[in-house]
Write a protein that binds this ligand. Structure first.
Ligand code: ACO
Length: 317
């Protein structure tokens, strides 16, 4: 499999740390020093659907294809207004594609899982051109009165088009059921046969536990994909890590003993955009001309579950 098209679309509203400190007991100094985030984009006048369609069309155009050439859509999405139909089905209509589509929710690891499924479909000849879309609106699951969580997240969308090729050198996925460190529970409809009604809980996070799980799972995944690809750490040109917290990125970099230039980041501008963070960063690097043919790139993401995944690709676009 190889990447032949990339696109991204971000909400127009940039919310700075100072803007948050107007209604929250927080400040730029705390947020910047603990997370690296200076601002995030939040959906206000835009909609997730419009942005997701825009990112998808941009990726398809960049691939030199039309929506009718896409024969499978995989959408990583944690939350949107619709439980049914799948968000991918809504976007299929928006972009006028005509192929099977499905959603997957693996929280922030969704891009890694979607790439894995896409690779399997392409390798077995079940699909030729696949659109992987990551569309996230975390701003709608956090409690905006909780300074520990709401300052961390942002909204955003990004998409890639994949086809046959041999850019991807290895993948690794993992999942270990650990609900408490990070979850969002929504209230379901009343069922008259139930003893107890469900509760709801806007995003609950044990920050320190997530921090440790993130660093250990990413370290282990990166080592595994290097071994699977028969590569050494120094062979890697770029590590594109899930943009959750600059201190997590720094901790992983320290452990891997790699130079700072190999760890591009944009968390300062966008916060944590869940599964969209790696493809948004990839799109930015690509458009800025920072990726060269032959570069070896590691992707590594982690998220609620606890899930994680990594992949190595050689840049061929
Ligand atoms: N502004 C000001 N003060 C704050 C804020 C805020 N926004 N949030 C928390 N504080 C206070 C706390 O109340 C606490 O005060 P206290 O000492 O009086 O009790 C103090 O700051 C320190 O809080 P800690 O939780 O110890 O801060 P820590 O250094 O652990 O940083 C953080 C917290 C940033 C959440 C960190 O633990 C972290 O990044 N964890 C990883 C979580 C993460 O990245 N989640 C992203 C989503 S998960 C994913 O993408 C997989």
């Amino acid at each position: 499999m190889k990447i032949i098209g990339i696109g991204s679309a971000m909400p127009s509203l940039a919310v700075t740390n100072e803007m948050l400190s107007v209604f929250l007991d927080t400040n730029d100094e705390w947020i910047s020093s603990r997370t690296g985030i200076k601002q995030r984009r939040i959906i206000s006048k835009d909609s997730l659907k419009e942005l997701a369609a825009q990112a998808s069309l941009q990726a398809i155009e960049d691939a030199g294809l039309t929506p009718k050439d896409i024969d499978f859509i995989l959408c990583s999405n944690t939350v949107n207004n619709f439980v049914v139909p799948a968000f991918s089905c809504i976007i299929q209509g928006e972009i006028e594609a005509a192929c099977p589509c499905m959603d997957l929710n693996v929280a922030c690891s969704g891009f890694m899982y979607a790439l894995f499924i896409a690779d399997s479909l392409i390798e077995t000849g079940k699909a030729k051109n696949i659109l992987v879309l990551c569309a996230e609106e975390a701003s709608r699951i956090v409690n905006w009165n909780e300074r520990d969580t709401c300052v961390l997240f942002g909204d955003g969308t990004a998409a890639v088009v994949l086809t046959e090729g041999d850019s991807f050198k290895s993948h690794h996925l993992s999942a270990h059921s650990k609900v408490e460190p990070l979850y969002y529970q929504r209230k379901l409809e009343y069922n008259p046969f139930m003893k107890n009604a469900d509760g709801d809980a806007p995003l609950v996070m044990k920050g320190k536990d997530v921090f440790k799980l993130a660093v250990s799972s990413s370290m282990s995944d990166i080592k595994t994909v290097l071994t699977k690809a028969n590569l050494q750490i120094d062979d890697i040109d770029f590590f594109l890590l899930h943009q959750a917290n600059m201190r997590i990125i720094e901790a992983i970099r320290d452990n891997l003993k790699q130079p700072v230039e190999k760890f591009p980041h944009n968390i300062e501008k966008y916060g944590n955009t869940s599964s969209a963070s790696i493809p948004i960063l990839l799109d930015e690097l690509y458009r800025e001309g920072k990726l060269e043919k032959g570069n070896k790139v590691v992707f590594s993401a982690f998220g609620a579950g606890f899930t994680s995944g990594a992949a190595i690709l050689e840049w061929t676009k």
